[in-house]
Design a protein around this ligand. Sequence first.
Ligand code: ATP
Ligand code: MG
Length: 340
Amino acid sequence: MKTILTGDRPTGKLHLGHYVGSLRERVRLQNSGEYDKIFIMIADAQALTDHAGTPATVRENIFNVALDYLAVGLDPAKSTMFIQSQVSELFELTAYYMNLVTVSRLERNPTVKAEIAQKNFETSIPAGFLCYPVSQAADITAFDANVVPVGEDQAPMLEQTREIVRKMNELYGEVLIEPDIFLPQNQTCRRLPGIDGKAKMSKTLGNCIYLSDDSDTVAAKIKDMYTDPLHIKVTDPGHIEGNVVFTYLDAFCEDKATVAEMKAHYQRGGLGDVKVKKYLLDVLEEILTPIRRRRAEYENRPDEVMKMLEIGTRAARAKASEVLRRVKRAMKIDYFDNAH
Ligand code: ATP
Ligand code: MG
């Protein structure tokens, strides 16, 4: 069996980082026909670990994320899309996995560490936030997933999951499947920088181009994009390292030869930022136009979208409860289960 599990936090609309880091691959894998099961999770419980005081934001963004899914081409006939909090089996698994992970191990997680610094949690880290990698292990293993298509920031989470799986299997017999991370081939897509040049485009940092941004907004964001501060006159030689416009061309433009030519011209001098930015806008518009069109279609059918999630959640729950039963049997806590 080849099974995928991946997902997103409903903390905002989805952006280009999500698109190249995970969404585009998901759609490709979905349509490859090589996978028996694909589970796509809207991680609202995880979002609440750092949004406990703003549940309305999380609720509202469930619909936004579902719209973005449908807009990029995730198809409910092929991929099971569901809401994490409604699959209570995940939280039972989390409780058992929690006993196999030390606090110091959780504190060493580099992504969590960076997020704690970014959110200024300092000494007031919610326990749920520190432990979210454990709940992620539950999310992945509850579906017997062996492939997890995500961006590079998720690598430490996958490592944590694999450790938990090994520990569970060592203690209770071969009960869980050890998953592999699936990163995009293109290095640039593994961690797309923000339009401000910061290391990661992220909802929290507010440096995003959203899949739902209209053309004018995208044009304005590209216009303000960080380039090369030393490239003052068009005739000056320019730098492409750390120049976000070129990074985005690497991530989004299929025509690699034209990008290579533009890079050489820019480095020689004589190619202005305005021209490169105009080209990037054309490239992005070609990708975003059909996404926007599909999003608008579904936006007017909220009942249908929520129904799709309800059906998906029911299917996800059926699978997770089967795995939970297996785990409890292995852990010898199946007192009233007469099935065997
Ligand atoms: P938040 O700031 O709330 O954490 P986020 O923008 O980091 O939001 P997530 O929902 O945490 O988004 O991430 C969902 C998926 O998208 C993950 O697989 C993650 O690796 C991927 N992803 C997010 N941002 C990027 C990025 N800039 N480049 C590549 N992949 C990304
Ligand atoms: Mg994140």
